[in-house]
Design a protein around this ligand. Structure first.
Ligand SMILES: [Fe+2]
Ligand SMILES: [Fe+2]
Length: 253
């Protein structure tokens, strides 16, 4: 760690004051002719200065944890108020997104088979798989942004058969998708809770603005798909639904 050093002229020089009603403009000359300005509030009716509202250089002297800049090659310089607990929780969510992406990819492969041939479902699940991978990547980017370290974990082998004797494959796969999206939502809420416990407002805001709203939208959309598939029934109904998925823009988010 290296402690920031301030120009000697800053601490040595006495400030020049110019008054403007209740404010004073403080001017401190720096090396090279440049000046640093700060605003001090005068307290009381007499206009006497009782203390600076914000004096960054003085505060930094008292806050070594803020002023310290790591010099170790393996340490993040950007990391600031980012707890290990949050770092672990973000890595866990990356794993959740990858797992879901993998399952949707298996569904894509299933519906793309020549003896299944529901090309709309295949397209939908391929795009959904890519979407989940994008979520994982977004969280990886975020992890690095906060100075955490991305640690990828194992992904479970998904099932490869999605037929169901009563429901048929289309409805069964869509119901499974709905359950997975709800599970993802639960995991995101858990991540948000960890951020809250750690008082990490930045992470809370990130999850709220980038993930939670989209997740609610996805759950609504998949719920509608399940209802529509129940309504149309198997056989020709599913073929028609598949055509809508094939020619429409039905990425679930
Ligand atoms: Fe996701
Ligand atoms: Fe999703």
């Amino acid at each position: 760690m290296a402690l920031l050093r301030f120009p000697p002229s800053l601490s040595a020089s006495s400030p020049r004051l110019s008054s403007n009603s209740s404010h004073f403009l403080i001017t401190k000359p720096l090396i090279g002719g440049k000046e640093v300005h700060g605003v001090a509030m005068a307290k009381g009716s007499g206009g006497a200065i009782t203390g600076l509202v914000f004096s960054p250089f003085e505060e930094l002297k008292l806050r070594p944890e803020v002023a310290m800049v790591p010099v170790e090659a393996d340490k993040s310089l950007a990391r600031f108020k980012y707890s290990e607990k949050c770092e672990v929780a973000v890595n866990e969510q990356i794993n959740v997104e990858y797992n879901i992406s993998y399952i949707y990819h298996a569904m894509y492969a299933y519906f793309d088979r020549d003896n299944i041939a529901l090309r709309g479902f295949a397209k939908f699940f391929k795009e959904s798989s890519e979407e989940e991978r994008e979520h994982a990547e977004k969280l990886m980017e975020y992890q690095n942004k906060r100075g955490g370290r991305v640690k990828l974990q194992s992904i479970l082998m998904p099932v490869s058969e999605f037929d169901h004797s009563e429901k048929g494959d289309a409805l069964y796969a869509m119901e499974l998708t709905l359950a997975l999206e709800k599970l993802t939502n639960e995991k995101l809420l858990h991540l948000h809770k960890v951020a809250e416990q750690c008082k990490d407002v930045e992470l809370m805001n990130y999850i709220e603005s980038e993930f939670l709203g989209e997740q609610v939208e996805a759950i609504k959309k998949i719920s509608e798909f399940v209802s529509q598939l129940r309504r149309v029934g198997p056989g020709h109904g599913v073929w028609h639904f598949d055509q809508v998925l094939l020619h429409g823009d039905a990425v679930h988010g």
